[in-house]
Design a protein around this ligand. Structure first.
Ligand SMILES: [Fe+2]
Length: 196
């Protein structure tokens, strides 16, 4: 008899899966930086929190690099920078699990934000870490004029750029911030509010 496997995801199982991934693999060093991937995520969320970001933006900040932590057939890997397409992969993976389109877009746009800023803001390039400058090349380099003009019309542009600025700051080995557990209830409430 043929067996049918029915995948059912609940809010709780999604949050469990996300936390399991972030805590299991997040202890690895964040490429070329002095912090772990988990500390990077926690610091990014904390900067969002301190800036008064809404819950969805805080959670997007926490999850923006989850694409780096996924074992996925669509992951394009490079030994120096990890998953090259981690932005798109994270966006797709989060959408599949019931995260909202805005959160997914904030995650999916964080690499293009760097490509946009390096094309439009000369001072921004100096603020990038060495590792981030190196990954920029692999990510396609600064946008050309047409792509930058198109990105400038992105509805979530402002928050994508805010997330990007916290991403740049979230690489401080001395900074102690609230740990990931402090976001668990918020993630459950957020997902539950969307699945209603
Ligand atoms: Fe990041």
């Amino acid at each position: 008899m043929e067996e049918r496997i029915v995948m059912t995801r609940t809010v709780e199982s999604v949050v469990e899966e996300v936390f399991e991934i972030l805590t299991r693999t997040g202890g690895e060093q964040y490429f070329g930086e002095a912090v772990s991937k988990l500390a990077h995520a926690e610091q990014c969320a904390w900067f969002a929190e301190k800036a008064g970001a809404d819950d969805e933006l805080v959670l997007a900040s926490l999850l923006h690099d989850i694409g780096h932590l996924l074992e996925h057939e669509m992951a394009v890997r490079d030994e120096r920078v990890g998953v090259v397409n981690h932005d798109e992969l994270g966006e797709m993976w989060l959408l599949e699990r019931g995260f909202g389109p805005r959160l997914a877009r904030l995650v999916g746009g964080h690499v293009d934000a760097k490509r946009y800023l390096t094309a439009t803001n000369a001072a921004y390039v100096d603020r990038l870490s060495e590792a981030s400058k190196e990954t920029l090349v692999l990510q396609g380099g600064p946008m050309d004029e047409a792509d930058a003009a198109a990105f400038a019309t992105e509805p979530e542009l402002r928050d994508i750029l805010r997330l990007r600025s916290w991403d740049e700051m979230a690489k401080d080995p001395e900074l102690v911030v609230p740990d990931i557990e402090s976001y668990r209830r918020r993630m459950v409430a957020y997902l539950a509010s969307l699945s209603r």
